[in-house]
Design a protein around this ligand. Structure first.
Ligand SMILES: O=C(O)CCC(=O)C(=O)O
Ligand SMILES: [Fe+2]
Length: 266
């Protein structure tokens, strides 16, 4: 296995140092987000940007209408209620089976030192890839006018790596503690204020090579539309706390337009 320092700036991001990891764990608990700026070594970033650029013409784009809870909604409430209100997301993506085994992304994703560091920061006993062939490592693309609309994540954490930010638009925005999924508190009033823009959101500025750890289950978040001809490119590294889990088939069809085992047709 490649030494992690060939890929990651381990002088700055001390992923094998217990005290450093403990501080990041505390930061995530306190802020709901940890940003590791300039995580990648310059050569690794350049390779990743090439890999990503080559994937764009294979990406699956199909605008999706969804509610902010990413579920079926509640038919006892009106369509206009924030519980049911539809928003549209238009970004595209490529899937794990379209990303080379030896790529920078997969070397990092599967690296035992990287996974151990995530486990400590996220307070997980172990982390496993998805059992299906699509969901573990994805690259998301957003071109002019494309966006990822307001939503809460189903998973308790997300790991993203910025490959290439947009030069205009494409901003990551979030508001913490809008709902409490564990207590079934849906946060309707707060959520509606965020979606309508009367409650301002926080913005994070992500540069190429930055890693973001984010607790998105109770934080309402989105990526604003890209406003120029730059394409926002971002890797999502998805793990499970149990082995053998596949993304459900409905979600595979929605996000990827096909199911695990089916070849991409683009
Ligand atoms: O593209 C991003 O920065 C955020 C991605 C995200 O929120 C998601 O995949 O659920
Ligand atoms: Fe999300």
């Amino acid at each position: 296995m490649t030494d992690l320092s060939a890929l990651i700036d381990t002088d700055r991001h001390r992923l094998t140092d217990a005290a450093w990891l403990a501080a990041k764990h505390d930061e995530l608990d306190a802020q709901g987000v940890v940003q590791m700026r300039g995580l990648l070594q310059p050569d690794a970033l350049a390779d990743l940007q090439n890999e990503s650029a080559m994937g764009l013409n294979q990406a699956y784009f199909k605008p999706q209408s969804h509610n902010i809870y990413l579920d079926k909604g509640d038919e006892t409430l009106p369509d206009s209620h924030i519980r049911n209100r539809r928003v549209t997301s238009s970004k595209g993506c490529i899937t794990d089976d379209q990303i080379a085994t030896g790529s920078v992304l997969k070397q990092i994703y599967h690296h035992t030192d990287f996974i151990s560091a995530l486990c400590i920061i996220l307070e997980e006993n172990a982390l496993f890839p998805y059992a299906d062939s699509l969901s573990s490592v994805n690259i998301h693309y957003a071109r002019r006018g494309e966006e990822l609309n307001w939503h809460f994540d189903n998973s308790s954490f997300a790991v993203t790596l910025m490959i290439q930010p947009a030069t205009s638009g494409g901003a990551f925005e979030y508001v913490r503690d809008v709902r409490d999924a564990n207590k079934d508190e849906m946060g309707f009033i707060h959520a509606e204020a965020v979606v309508d823009g009367s409650q301002p959101a926080n913005q994070l500025s992500l540069d190429a090579g930055d890693l973001l750890l984010f607790r998105g289950r109770n934080s309402l978040h989105r990526v604003t539309p890209v406003e120029d001809d730059s394409t926002r490119q971002l890797a999502v590294l998805a793990y499970n706390s149990q082995p053998g889990i596949s993304l459900c088939e409905t979600a595979q069809m929605t996000f990827y337009g096909r199911m695990s085992g089916q070849k991409a047709t683009v």
